[in-house]
Design a binder for this molecule. Structure first.
Ligand code: PEP
Length: 244
């Protein structure tokens, strides 16, 4: 079986102004030839400028969401083709903050991912249980259910990445135990339509815990929120992934 590619992906969420492009520039200079993929997903307002900032480097730029239709009367929304046109190569879809704040269902995520694929973007599809679901012993059922319903037809290792992000670990400083991460990643791998799809872990990944998380068998990288905002921190996580 082809091996999954390693990827360190940063999600800036609703953070970042043009002055913060210095962080992307610093990352591009620090990793001229990284031994893993390096991706930054800034807010939509910075995608084009960041793509220009890191042009010619190994750092890739992505979006944080796209619409489920190709174009039309959807005020304030952004299509997958617009992201690609701005220099994005990837798009995060189904992040728990979008599932919770915007009521996004897995069916909608699949429709968005289909648009991403049609525009030539790699869809990073997020799945993860809430704390209450974990406490109720529903973790595997929830994440495998989300996976099955969020993947569009034709998802493969070239156009899709899956991120396991326990909702209760995002931005909290809490992480599952290493066996808990391993259990979910093993189950996800077994249910992927293409075993070479990269599987990222996300949820309070920091320079101090990255190496032990990347040592887990079916973890191919990380989706990183807070610690991706500063090149110094994200750089340490990238270095840990390069060594893994
Ligand atoms: C995220 O939101 O995707 C995330 C993993 O955030 P953090 O690293 O800050 O927990």
């Amino acid at each position: 079986m082809t091996k999954a590619c390693k990827l360190a992906a940063g999600n800036w969420k609703m953070n970042g102004l043009h002055a913060d492009l210095d962080q992307a520039r610093a990352l591009a200079q620090a990793f001229p030839d990284p031994a893993c993929g390096v991706l930054l997903c800034p807010p939509a307002t910075l995608i084009a400028a960041m793509a220009q900032t890191v042009e010619g480097s190994a750092v890739m730029v992505g979006g944080q969401d796209c619409h489920a239709q190709a174009s039309g009367a959807h005020t304030g929304d952004i299509s997958a083709q617009m992201l690609a046109d701005s220099g994005a190569r990837h798009v995060i879809l189904g992040h728990s903050e979008r599932r919770a704040d915007h009521g996004e269902s897995s069916g909608l995520v699949a429709a968005k991912a289909a648009q991403a694929h049609a525009a030539g973007l790699v869809a990073i599809i997020c799945v993860g249980e809430t704390g209450a679901e974990r406490d109720a012993g529903q973790t595997l059922g929830v994440v495998l259910g989300q996976l099955a319903a969020s993947l569009p037809d034709g998802a493969d290792a070239a156009n899709t990445v899956v991120a396991y992000e326990p909702v209760w670990a995002i931005g909290t400083g809490r992480t599952p135990t290493l066996p808990q991460i391993a259990e979910v990643h093993d189950a996800l791998r077994a249910h992927l339509p293409d075993g070479a799809i990269s599987l990222l872990y996300g949820g309070s990944v920091k320079p101090g815990n990255a190496a032990e998380i990347f040592a887990i068998a079916n973890v191919d990288g990380a989706l990183v929120g807070g610690a991706s905002l500063k090149a110094a921190d994200f750089g340490q996580i990238i270095s840990a992934l390069e060594r893994a």
